[in-house]
Design a protein around this ligand. Sequence first.
Ligand SMILES: Nc1ncnc2c1ncn2[C@@H]1O[C@H](COP(=O)(O)OP(=O)(O)OP(=O)(O)O)[C@@H](O)[C@H]1O
Length: 246
Amino acid sequence: MTAQISFRDLTLGYERHPAVHHLSGEVAEGALLAICGPNGAGKSTLLKGICGALRPQGGSVDLHGVSPRDIAYLPQGAEIDRSFPISVYDLVSMGLWRRAGLFGGIGRRERVRIEEAIAAVGLDGFESRPIGSLSGGQMQRTLFARLLLQDARVILLDEPFTALDAKTTADLVDLVGRWHGERRTVLAVLHDFDLVRAAFPDTLLLARQPVAWGPTAEALKAENLLKARHMGEAWQADAATCPVAA
Ligand SMILES: Nc1ncnc2c1ncn2[C@@H]1O[C@H](COP(=O)(O)OP(=O)(O)OP(=O)(O)O)[C@@H](O)[C@H]1O
């Protein structure tokens, strides 16, 4: 196995409060990994640590030559500002900015790629719509089209299918499968265990500390889920203490 991401006794948190700690292990290049766990388990925090938005309080994340800037990261819907006055076409085209630059640089070839990405997510005809007028599902399709253009080796998705209908979910899960087929490394935070079992070969079950990590059927065994739940309930009481970060 060639490692794409290595965690070494990683601790991530906010001020002195750790949200993820004692995480060690490797994500293989080309892996399709679900990250599951109770609310507040540190799942979003882990993605932020991988893409460099949050610096480790302890330990390290090694991306094996991939720059954090070359990672495609889709945050939770709530963190995306939809009041910004921009069209579907322009938002999708931002997926090319690393190559084309922020201003100009979009020629005929790039325009074809943008149109193809919009078509691939089923949004033909929506090109000039302001993003503020889109439904939640249409917005998520738009963001996936932008990811398509980013052409990243590592893709991080934070609850990408939450509040989507079955058809939109199925279409976007297909895109994730396509990235997996292209041997990109995809990590997705998910709460829907049925979906994880159906579409994600491997799972990291997190409750601040790793509870289980491996083939999905094994990681999501009832006893592991129970353990994660108990660990989740336990930290509510004394969330502020951590011998590692203190
Ligand atoms: N910006 C922040 N400042 C301070 N604490 C934070 C911040 N963001 C998250 N936290 C805390 O860190 C812990 C982990 O949060 P995180 O968002 O990573 O959990 P999660 O597993 O993604 O949860 P959920 O399933 O509810 O989205 C929580 O206790 C949360 O309150």
